[in-house]
Design a protein around this ligand. Structure first.
Ligand SMILES: *Cc1c(COP(=O)(O)O)cnc(C)c1O
Length: 241
């Protein structure tokens, strides 16, 4: 199977999930997570119109951005260190992984410096897994409120990395809880906050995530194949550099 064949298979499943949920296909952005994969594999997808790609490391995102067409939308989905914000601020279309006011402040500072508005999501550790980054459900509303006060930042919604499970149904409750949290926060009508984006669902569970309201699904393995194991193994979704 080629990368394009894989992509089309995932696309069909995205369409089917949208139909089941009574949603329009254009409500869901399929992000091809290209981390650890070569530029040549990304290039295979360009002729069929794919433009949304996800990376979890600053160095890899900027290296690929430099050599690939400028109309690609790069999503920063991995844990971001404050000292690296300056390298991605004008390269990423959205930062999905903001989980502290300190990080948000750095993003704000760099965005103002570049004269841009950075679209960001707050990463929520819905399942409370110790190994994961992200803020707790309880802390999320106040963090959203504080982050939204910063100049040069627009809070667009929430992101979560669900637990690794064998049966995607096990994560339905996680996705439902993130959706509920986003509705609750939306109802608070904080200035400078919209809760239109829900970034949730990966290869193992994106169909369930779409049924539960995902607007952005992040699919790596399902499109590009296994990433191999090693110290940066398959399961380590959100490693520090
Ligand atoms: C790697 C990664 C993905 C994609 O994971 P797959 O299971 O390969 O689809 C999605 N989101 C984040 C944050 C990741 O780091």
């Amino acid at each position: 199977m080629s990368v394009c064949d894989n992509y089309r298979t995932v696309e069909e499943k995205v369409e089917a999930a949208c139909r089941r949920a009574g949603r329009n296909r254009d409500e869901v952005t399929l992000i091809a997570v290209s981390k650890t994969k070569p530029v040549s594999m990304i290039e295979e997808l360009l002729p069929i119109g794919v433009r949304d790609f996800g990376e979890n490391k600053v160095q890899e995102l900027t290296a690929k951005e430099e050599v690939l067409p400028k109309d690609i939308r790069w999503h920063m989905i991995g844990h971001l260190q404050r000292n690296k914000v300056k390298y991605v601020i004008d390269k990423a279309c959205m930062i999905h992984s903001v989980d502290s006011l300190r990080l948000a402040s750095e993003i704000s500072k760099e965005a103002v410096k570049h004269g841009i508005t950075a679209d960001i999501l707050i990463e929520v550790n819905v399942a409370g897994e110790e190994s994961k980054f992200g803020v707790s459900v309880e802390e999320t509303p106040s963090l959203v409120q504080e982050v939204a006060k910063l100049p040069g930042i627009k809070v667009k919604g929430l992101m979560t990395i669900a637990p690794y499970v064998d049966d995607p149904e096990e994560n339905r409750g996680v996705f439902r809880n993130l959706r509920k949290l986003s509705v609750d926060i939306g109802e608070k009508n904080f200035d400078n906050v919209t809760m239109n984006v829900l970034s949730m669902g990966m290869t193992g569970d994106y169909e369930v995530a779409i049924e539960e309201g995902a607007t952005h699904v992040r699919v790596g393995t399902g499109i590009f194949g296994e990433r191999g194991t090693g110290i940066f193994g398959e399961r380590n979704y959100n490693i520090e550099e």
